[in-house]
Write a protein that binds this ligand. Structure first.
Ligand code: CP
Length: 341
């Protein structure tokens, strides 16, 4: 494997194979599998889970990692094509990414969008440039419109919970003080569709996911025997649901317009998940969230601290599945054959 950028670039069977490898590495650790291998981790944006789980996973496989946080101890890096670099950034990714790739055996990069231009973000204009500049294996640690590592971990969590492949999965918009990126909702939607679930996107007016994201998920659902629908009706969406996946995201009708987005969300503070949301859900319905989550704005304490919440397991599973991705990318043939034996 040379790239892990989007679950959609894999066959369903390949994803299931990665999940099996994650389980195998958990059951039979391979502390020397990546001995001598170096992973470069570039974070243009903050992280807790992604940073720590990649470093810990790499160490558990016997490899090591280098963390670069542009602008914090290293040069600030420009990502815009044709930029006149007379501001804070001292170097461009066009030089910086190849330099880092030359020191490492693989790179992981986190580069959110600035949420200003929907067409650019749907096109993954920044991550696409990084992809073209990196001549080593590359992992998307969250881009403008994708977070495949989170999606893979969430697929594993659903399997562990024995949520049926055809179960009802509700991806719901929840409140946040400001617009957040579309990466996690887009990746989560695609994951649940690809798993074959009956997916409902629950969102208020102004926050529908862009048509290309919905269409891509619908194609995946069709192949896997599932479905993708959307509604603003909370009770209808949650009726019989096995999973409520809560996520904050920005307005899509007013993408890049902070003032208009703020006006829309000012009326929506009741979009905080509380126990009554689950009144018509399936018995034992679960609450998922990728974290970090703001308590009592996005999800109430009563849900996060109760038996429905599986957010800690989702976070744990980040390391397990990323170890499988790293193993597939970097293990020498002997280690691969050991893992199969
Ligand atoms: N879910 C997730 O990616 O967490 P971090 O932002 O802490 O890495």
């Amino acid at each position: 494997m040379n790239r892990f950028l989007d679950l959609a670039q894999f066959e369903r069977a390949q994803i299931i194979d990665l999940l099996s490898l994650a389980q195998a590495l958990q059951d039979r650790p391979e502390p020397r599998a990546l001995a001598g291998r170096i992973l470069g981790l570039v974070f243009f944006n903050p992280s807790l889970r992604t940073l720590a789980s990649f470093q810990a996973g790499m160490a558990r496989l016997g490899g090591s990692s280098v963390v670069i946080t542009p602008g914090q101890g290293t040069w600030q890096m420009e990502t815009r094509r044709g930029a006149i670099m007379n501001g804070a950034a001292a170097e461009h990714i066009r030089e910086g990414i190849p330099a880092l790739a030359s020191y490492c055996d693989a790179l992981g990069v986190r580069a959110f969008s600035d949420g200003k231009n929907l067409a650019d973000d749907l096109h993954e204009s920044v991550f696409g440039m990084i992809d073209a500049l990196c001549d080593k294996p590359l992992i998307n640690m969250e881009s403008a419109m994708n977070h495949p590592c989170q999606a893979l971990a969430d697929w594993r969590t659903l399997d562990e919970l024995e949520v049926p492949q055809s179960g009802k999965f509700v991806l719901s918009w929840v409140w946040h003080p400001k617009a957040l990126p579309l990466a996690v909702p887009a990746a989560t939607l695609h994951m649940a569709a690809m798993r074959g679930m009956q997916v409902v996107v629950l969102r208020p007016e102004g926050f529908a996911l862009p048509a290309p994201i919905m269409d891509k998920a619908r194609r995946a659902a069709q192949q896997a025997g599932g479905s993708v629908t959307e509604t603003g009706d909370r009770a209808a969406a949650l009726a019989g649901a096995q999973v409520l996946y809560a996520k904050e995201w920005g307005s899509t009708t007013d993408y890049g317009n902070a003032a208009a987005d703020a006006r829309l969300r000012a009326e929506l503070s009741d979009w905080c998940v509380r126990e009554p949301w689950f009144a018509g859900a399936a018995p034992g319905a679960k609450l998922m969230h990728c974290l970090p989550v703001r308590r009592n704005t996005a999800v109430a304490d009563e849900v996060l601290d109760g038996p429905r919440a599986v957010v800690r397991r989702e976070a744990f599973n980040r390391m397990a599945v990323q170890m499988a991705v790293l193993h597939r990318m970097l293990a020498k043939p002997a280690a691969v054959s050991e893992s199969i034996a």
